[in-house]
Design a binder for this molecule. Sequence first.
Ligand code: DCP
Ligand code: CA
Ligand code: CA
Length: 362
Amino acid sequence: MSRIVGHLDLDYFYAQVEEVEEPSLKDAPVLVCVFSGRTEESGVVSTSNYKAREYGIKSGMPITLAKRRLDGVEGTFIRMDRGKYEVYSDRVMDILRGQVDVLEQAGIDEAFFDVTKKTGGDYVAAAAFALDLKGKIFREERLTCSVGIGPNKVVAKIASDFQKPNGLTVVRSDEAPAFLSRLSIGKIYGVGPKTEKLLEENGITTIPNLARAPAEILEDLFGKKLAVYLHNASNGLDDEPVVGRGGTSQLSRMITLKHDTHDLDQVVAQLLPPLKDVHDKLVSKNLFFRNVSAIGIPNDLSLHTRSKTLETPTNDYSVLEGEVRALFALLLREVGDLRRAGVRLSEFQDMADQHALTEFTS
Ligand code: DCP
Ligand code: CA
Ligand code: CA
């Protein structure tokens, strides 16, 4: 049975989450920014919605330049809240995980998946599955995404990018060479501006050029490993398996509070059972955590988070409870009564690895 692999990437992810929480933002430019704090305007754009992209705004661009590009057009500048986007990401990944044979998360807003068994290797079934999946993510989270379906990871990744936003592109293995031949070399995963320039200097300017380039030339330029990868990728071939991360990457719990409240003691007291539960899970899995987040949702259903990264990983319950209390104290300064509250632990370290490491270094 031939392999069927997918790649899903959420559209303008951080900015889209902000739109989901505040739909009135939708019709104008939305720019999610990392403010460096030196002056009010210093910092960079993390991402922006497609309305903002019409003005030439790009990820990584200084905020001052973005303002100039908007040229007086009213836009909304929002402070990046990574903890919030992680909560949305976790939920989307949970939806995906339940539907595919194997899931490999490849970033906060993207994942590869294998659906060979699920679809019986049939591309029509895979396309129907992808549509259904997009519908489910939209119904449950109000988020759009773009999906690529292909015979391997290289093709699936390029396909998900092909019709953004809200796209679905299916490329069967026999269509892959023709599909790739219309694209620039830079679309191949792992080919950055440097590689592209080097290829260009050697007369290799298109994917078909690369697909037919003599192995010796590529090996001279890039060494054996990258040369083989480039040759295969440009021919639409790639054997990399979709690797499900067996381990746990995050643990979280949310509760609805008995009454809406702004009282720190009330919030923490009601969170004790879920905290103990999360801690039991941690211990049973032999994990230490490094990052802990407090999550608060007031009546308007907006999501607020505060998180902390510890100097050293721990599985100490009293540290966990203390940090959660401190984070909620900060969070409650900025929001009114909470309706729901939760915690999230991430950046785990497996203690089995820890032992191996100390044995090795001592
Ligand atoms: N990101 C960032 N800084 C960058 C690039 C990205 O902080 N230089 C963050 C914000 C993005 C998220 O990572 O929302 C995902 O990155 P993508 O490259 O997938 O870009 P988007 O999801 O924003 O847009 P697209 O619709 O093109 O996928
Ligand atoms: Ca994205
Ligand atoms: Ca992405």
